[in-house]
Design a protein around this ligand. Structure first.
Ligand SMILES: Cc1cc2nc3c(=O)[nH]c(=O)nc-3n(C[C@H](O)[C@H](O)[C@H](O)COP(=O)(O)OP(=O)(O)OC[C@H]3O[C@@H](n4cnc5c(N)ncnc54)[C@H](O)[C@@H]3O)c2cc1C
Length: 409
């Protein structure tokens, strides 16, 4: 029996690839997903360990702005598959969502496994075939996709269209190792070098400070760098500093550390208290209190915040000077954590390499989606949202541009 439906190979079974597969199969395409790992969606499951921040509920213009220089390229895709669409999709899979206090959207289950299970069941119903343990190596001389199986054999496939959704290069142990960059660069696709995004930074803490405070949060602080201020939480680590508010500034901080070898992050340890009020409180007599006790009582500083203040240099005796220091405690960042531990990666396929449909200009009928494209965004659900939106976009484009079937195997 001949099958006249278009055949599409989706390579990479992360959120971008799986939503592309769903979009294609729902429209009647024959879809095979190839994945190098033994199971699908490993990074999605890892994201689930932090509650699975699916998307963000802020107004659309503010939302799009989070993608910085890539915002205008991503805008039509984020409009076509918007945060509300992602929420409706999750709910359709039996995963109701809620909006957290910061506007971030999470599934009520606060994990990814039930969502992924329901999703895979839906894909199976749609007839999507998933072949795991298939490491994509590129194309052979005839233009067929080449995969290495676990046994080391080479399998080739010649679909009508291909969607590459191979992810970025952070946390390579989860499957996305960025090895595809060399394959595409050889084919004339401009690929920007990978750089850590949403990463922690090295700080030369004193031994006493790191022994005492590594693993402690700095809650309700405001971090400033390069004219931008972000309120939120940071985490003190043995190697330095990490956490949501740090990630939000991580792109300009990373650029500065790479350029200058260092960057000075300013931390306001009491952002809700104006300088004058703080100075007034610090003018109260200290009586016999230890400095830590005094700072705790007068300025409501946690032991970690007071420790950080001491770490930043001699504590000023003058109350106004001390208040100024509390409102702008300098922390010198001396390095960027490696890609291995960054939440996402910047770099990847240059937008100049794709047309408005996300098809590679150098390779007709090959579309790309997800984190492998050169965009970056802070944590807050923006990474998953853009991965989904580009996956849907590439799949719809592949459906609009059917090519006659050559062969498949
Ligand atoms: C610890 C952590 C927490 C996170 N939390 C959040 C969060 O809460 N919210 C959020 O928005 N984002 C979060 N992210 C980021 C988010 O998970 C990613 O941006 C998203 O998974 C990217 O989707 P993707 O489909 O483009 O790539 P991936 O999810 O990386 O999927 C790509 C797939 O391609 C496969 N692959 C790669 N190369 C090959 C090859 N040669 N052959 C075959 N298969 C291949 C990989 O094995 C992988 O399965 C988090 C990331 C991490 C690491």
């Amino acid at each position: 029996m001949s099958d006249h439906r278009p055949s599409v190979a989706v390579v990479g079974a992360g959120p971008a690839g799986l939503i592309a597969a769903e979009t294609l199969a729902s429209a009647g395409a024959r879809v095979t997903v190839f994945e190098r790992m033994p199971t699908t969606g490993r990074k999605l499951l890892m994201a689930g360990r932090g509650g699975l921040n699916l998307t963000h509920s802020e107004p659309f213009e503010a939302f799009v702005g989070r993608y910085g220089p890539a915002a205008e390229r991503l805008r039509p895709m984020l409009e076509a598959f918007a945060p509300t669409d992602l929420v409706a999709w999750a709910e359709g899979l039996g995963q109701p969502t809620f909006v957290g206090s910061s506007g971030r959207v999470f599934p009520k289950a606060l994990k990814a496994s039930p969502l992924l299970r329901a999703w895979l069941a839906r894909l199976a119903e749609l007839g999507v075939e998933i072949r795991t343990r298939r490491d994509w190596l590129g194309w052979d001389a005839e233009g067929a996709l080449r995969f290495r199986t676990e046994a080391g054999a080479i399998e080739t496939v010649r679909p009508d269209a291909t969607i590459l959704a191979l992810g970025g290069a952070s946390w390579p142990g989860l499957g996305s190792n960025g090895a595809w960059a060399g394959v595409l660069a050889e084919r004339g696709v401009p690929v920007q070098p990978f750089r850590p995004a949403n990463s922690g930074f090295d700080v030369a803490w004193s031994p006493v400070f790191k022994d005492r405070f590594a693993g402690e949060p700095l809650k309700n602080v405001a971090l400033s760098f390069g004219g931008r201020t972000v309120k939120g939480e940071a985490m003190l680590a043995r190697y330095g500093i990490e956490g949501g508010a740090v990630y939000a500034l991580s792109a300009p901080l990373r650029d500065a550390v790479e350029r200058d070898g260092r960057a000075v992050l300013e931390i306001d340890l009491r952002p809700d208290l104006p300088l004058e009020r703080l100075a007034e409180r610090l003018s109260r007599p200290r009586a016999g209190q230890s400095l830590s006790n005094f700072l705790r009582k007068a300025a409501h500083l946690s032991p970690a915040a007071a420790g950080l203040l001491r770490e930043a240099g001699e504590i000023p005796a003058d109350p106004t000077e001390l208040a100024r220091r509390i409102k702008a405690t300098p922390v010198v960042l001396s390095g960027v954590q490696s890609l291995d531990r960054a939440i996402s990666s910047a770099g990847g396929i240059d937008f100049a390499a794709v047309d408005h449909e996300l098809m590679l200009r150098a390779l007709p009928d090959v579309y790309v989606a997800g984190e492998m494209l050169d965009w970056e965004a802070p944590t807050g659900g923006y990474l998953l949202q853009a991965s989904f939106a580009t996956g849907v976009w590439a799949a719809r484009a592949a459906l609009r541009n059917p090519r006659p079937s050559t062969s498949s195997g």
